[in-house]
Design a protein around this ligand. Structure first.
Ligand SMILES: Nc1nc2c(c(=O)[nH]1)N[C@H]1C(S)=C(S)[C@@H](COP(=O)(O)OP(=O)(O)OC[C@H]3O[C@@H](n4cnc5c(N)ncnc54)[C@H](O)[C@@H]3O)O[C@H]1N2
Ligand code: MOO
Length: 645
């Protein structure tokens, strides 16, 4: 019998309920302390306050190189009335850190002392008592608390503890967390997966997160989707660990056993929370050990670990709850969300003038690279159906803002050469990078009106003139922006290797035995196709598959590669990437539109330098189908006569 019972609990409520039940069991008490050498304690949490065993300094010490004196002897000293002191009687030479001889109470810096003959010195200014002296206990006093309890130890903390005369301190035992990867389709890292098999990587990612959070991680070998195996692994893990994570098998599939096994051995508090991704998460415990079933998709796994496991690790370590830093940002494009679900969206961030712009990354729960690229994460409230482009949203930061200010935000149409700009930027200017927010050519230009990116990539053909981009920039940005050329790229028909159907040109698409796949309306490629069909007098209705649409060059290429279509219009680089043949149709101009007010900013200057470099041209050419020989030339400046590259 297949029993499907996924709840849909509200997130905050589900988390509080789980934590409350664990607290009631006494499962979240901070772990006991153990004595540990201070040198090994970085990042550990103190189990008790650390009290200084000695004062620092433990003697009155000279703070400067100079002479120790009795302040009273110097009170009469003036420039007009120098006081002469006899060394080894009224004064004694000392160096920084030396004990201050007991008969003295002040130090005069050597620069202010005039050495004269016969062991005499002359001074021309009065010294005040205790000047340039580090008195006993200036830093810490014996018996004083140097480090409080439940404090996460930093590098200066370790120094201070040693200065206080202490070698070993009581730090909390690190929570032991077991990670059990499950799934019959999984193969260990390094093996080549057959069709239907997946390389197991979640346990490495999850283990890494738990290690960063201060846990000691044990990773189990891959457990097959067999009820008894999962149950037994869970039982073993619980007996040896403080927290147990079972990865995958959390949902409603025929081989999803985690919840049932947990129910047999212990208690399931919640199965299913209204969050996206991460919905099928399982929260429960066996005896006093929390057991969390995190979903198999990597983004769901990482997110549910952060939402539900991180607070437990912190509690066991004796740390309070932690909230990441949140800042206001403007959304670069509209996002829809499901009413009733709290949705977490990874974003790239860029600072454009005064505005922080958030560009959403891929939302699929299986897209682990969205976590790799993310600068932060935003939450779409469960009571909202989405947010519009330009709305202010709160973003939790993953990177510091200084780094974000070194990010060039390019919106508009995506192109593979933007990745080259990013690579060169990172190689030449450490800490700098490029974030691209794909909103389509037209969307990019419209966004520049409100300066929501530093620049935008565009390849919009004006069917009236046969010219690229200029009309559109004039129309949407008037004299507020200029156009810089990036590259020409070849558009053509992507066909199966060897071109088995003998496709020669656009006219071939009208043949009965040819199945085409199109790009979405509004894309530059679609505009180009329709323009050329009209030019050649081909009726779209003659083309089989004209109404089937793909959204990117690569997905159109993939449709040809897997036989779903015989041809698609796209750039040569996409055909090359998927090993397809290519029948050239046209060359289109891809330019970058830059708001005038940003022309002199360092990020734009760096980009221009990069796209004018030989290296950029060479790497673009290597992609196939690109001609960047004029990259960086100014195509159009407002107020000037139109000109072409
Ligand atoms: N009918 C329904 N189907 C699904 C639902 C649902 O509510 N009803 N939920 C979907 C959601 S949301 C998620 S998330 C996934 C979670 O599924 P499971 O936790 O059962 O995980 P699996 O199906 O076993 O795996 C999903 C996916 O992730 C890959 N995976 C698993 N473990 C690893 C690993 N250690 N390393 C790398 N990749 C891993 C696995 O191969 C699958 O591709 O269910 C949806 N379905
Ligand atoms: O909720 Mo699932 O975790 O989106 O992929």
């Amino acid at each position: 019998m297949r029993r499907v019972y996924l709840e849909n609990k509200e997130y905050q409520g589900a988390r509080s309920e789980f934590v409350a039940q664990l607290e009631q069991l006494g499962a979240l008490e901070p772990l006991a302390g153990k004595l540990m050498p201070i040198r090994d304690s970085l990042g550990m949490v103190t189990a008790e306050a650390v009290v200084s065993k000695s004062s620092v300094p433990h003697y009155h010490a000279s703070a400067m190189d100079g002479i120790a004196v009795r302040a009273e002897d110097t009170y009469q000293a003036r420039e007009t009335n120098p006081v002469v002191l006899t060394l080894d009687e009224d004064a004694v030479e000392v160096d920084t850190g030396d004990p201050l001889p007991s008969q003295f109470n002040a130090v005069i810096m050597v620069e202010e002392v005039q050495f004269i003959d016969n062991g005499k010195v002359e001074i021309i200014a009065a010294a005040s008592p205790w000047q340039h002296v580090r008195a006993i206990g200036e830093d810490m006093i014996k018996g004083e608390v140097i480090i409080p309890s439940n404090h996460t130890l930093t590098a200066p903390d370790l120094g201070a503890v040693i200065a206080g005369g202490i070698k070993d301190i009581e730090v909390r035992r690190q929570p032991k967390v077991a990670v059990i990867p499950t799934g019959s389709e999984l193969v260990p890292p390094g093996e080549t997966p057959a069709r239907g098999e997946i390389v197991e990587f979640n346990s490495t990612m999850l283990g890494g997160l738990f290690t960063q959070w201060g846990a000691l991680v044990t990773t189990f070998p891959i457990i097959k989707d067999k009820y008894e195996l999962i149950r037994d692994a869970m039982a073993k893990a619980v007996s040896e660990n403080d927290i147990v994570i079972v990865n995958a098998g959390s949902s409603a599939g025929r081989e999803d056993f985690t919840a049932a096994a947990l129910a047999e051995l212990g208690n399931v508090v919640t199965h299913g929370v209204a969050i996206k991704p991460g919905k099928p998460v399982i929260l429960g415990y066996i005896d006093k050990t929390p057991v969390i079933g995190v979903p198999g998709y990597p983004v769901s796994a990482a997110l549910t670990a952060k939402l539900f496991v991180y607070p437990l690790v912190r509690a066991l370590r004796g740390q309070g709850t932690a909230e990441g830093e949140r800042v206001k940002a403007l959304l670069s494009r509209s996002l829809h969300s499901t009413l009733g679900m709290e949705e977490f969206v990874r974003v790239r961030l860029g600072q454009v003038g005064e505005k922080l712009i958030a560009a959403p990354l891929g939302r699929g729960a299986g897209v682990i690279t969205s976590l790799v690229k993310a600068d932060g994460m935003l939450v779409l409230d469960r009571l909202s159906e989405g947010r519009l482009a330009g709305e202010t949203i709160m973003v939790e930061l993953f990177r510091d803002q200084a780094e974000i200010r070194r990010t060039l935000m390019i919106s508009g149409s995506h192109d593979m050469t933007l990745d080259i700009i990013d690579s060169i930027m990172r190689e030449r200017y450490l800490g700098y990078s490029v974030a691209s927010a794909h909103v389509g050519s037209l969307g990019g230009l419209v966004g520049l009106r409100d300066v929501e990116a530093h620049c935008a990539g565009t390849h919009l053909l004006d069917p009236a003139s046969g010219e690229y981009n200029i009309t559109y920039v004039k129309q949407h940005l008037q004299d507020k922006a200029l156009l810089v050329h990036l590259t020409y790229r070849e558009q053509g028909l992507m066909v199966a290797p060897g071109n088995p159907k003998g496709i020669k040109n656009l006219r071939s698409l009208a043949q009965e035995d040819i199945v085409f796949i199109n790009r979405q309306k509004g894309s530059g490629t679609r505009v180009l196709l329709d323009f050329r069909l009209k030019e050649e007098g081909i009726d779209p209705r003659q083309i089989q598959g004209y109404r089937r649409e793909e959204y990117t060059h690569l997905s159109a290429a993939a449709a040809v590669a897997n036989g779903a279509a015989d041809a698609a219009l796209g750039i040569r680089a996409a055909a090359k990437a998927l090993g397809l043949d290519f029948v050239p149709v046209d060359r289109e101009r891809y330019d970058i539109c830059i708001p005038r007010q940003l022309m002199d900013t360092p990020l734009i200057a760096k980009m221009l330098e990069i796209i004018r470099s030989e290296e950029f041209r060479r790497r673009a050419k290597a992609l196939g189908g690109y001609d960047a020989s004029n990259s960086g030339s100014i195509i159009w400046l407002p107020g000037e006569e139109d000109q072409d590259a």
